[in-house]
Write a protein that binds this ligand. Structure first.
Ligand code: DX5
Ligand code: ZN
Length: 217
């Protein structure tokens, strides 16, 4: 039973064809669509903002999982709610008031996510669990696709322990591929983000490659 969800990251998609790429990965089995927002400040890269995410929304039939690699977060929460984000994930490292940020995300009607960089311990979310729908464990240092997987299985197990029977997803983000996916699934992850491992070798003209790649993860 494939209780593991695959969330392809459109950071690895063709930046001139997001609408078609989103339709392609969803038709090929994507469970969520992972949207990487980068501000060139919190991470050394810049992608797109609320207006672009709003343009993606009509093409997303599943779940639009928006990963904010930005600081500060709070001034933009309403803009991403208006853009139609289903899940809005903020980095615990993005500022001093993550507790309030998660309250505000839920208050704006979205599922709340908190992301942990590789150097941040699982305990950072100990007092956030009742405000959290998704814990996103970074297995690369954020900013780029196609990076090498950093083993965080110990942190994933610790989180599974802390979460107990709360309905919280553990999402893994970075360097997930057919080799690393089993490791993180076994440790307790249930949503796997994959950018390069899904988009490699395919295109909007050859979406069947996306389907093959998704099934191999
Ligand atoms: C990195 C992003 C990830 C990235 C994953 O900062 O948050 O979602 O796009 O890409 P891969 O799967 O290629 O590591
Ligand atoms: Zn991401």
């Amino acid at each position: 039973d494939r209780s593991i969800k695959i969330a392809p990251s459109i950071l690895s998609a063709d930046f001139a064809n997001f609408g078609q790429e989103i339709q392609a990965i969803e038709s090929q089995g994507a469970d969520w669509v992972h949207v990487d927002v980068m501000d060139g400040h919190f991470v050394p890269n810049l992608t797109f903002g609320p207006q672009a995410v709003k343009a993606f929304r009509p093409h997303v039939k599943t779940v639009m999982d928006v990963h904010l690699m930005i600081a500060p977060v709070d001034p933009y929460i309403d803009a991403y709610a208006d853009a139609g984000a289903d899940v809005l994930t903020a980095h615990v490292e993005a500022g001093p008031h993550i507790h309030r940020t998660l309250q505000a995300i839920r208050g704006a009607g979205m599922m709340s996510g908190v992301a942990l960089n590789p150097g941040t311990p699982a305990e950072a979310v100990a007092h956030l669990l009742d405000l959290t729908d998704v814990v996103c464990v970074m297995t690369v240092n954020p900013g780029f696709g196609g990076q090498k997987f950093i083993d965080m299985t110990g942190k994933i197990r610790a989180l599974r322990e802390m979460i107990g029977d709360r309905p919280i997803h553990i999402e893994i983000d970075g360097g997930v591929d057919p080799k690393t996916a089993p490791l993180v699934a076994e440790a307790g992850a249930d949503v796997l983000v994959a950018g390069s491992a899904v988009f490699r070798g395919g295109s909007v003209e050859h979406p069947e490659v996306y389907g093959e790649n998704i099934r191999n993860i």
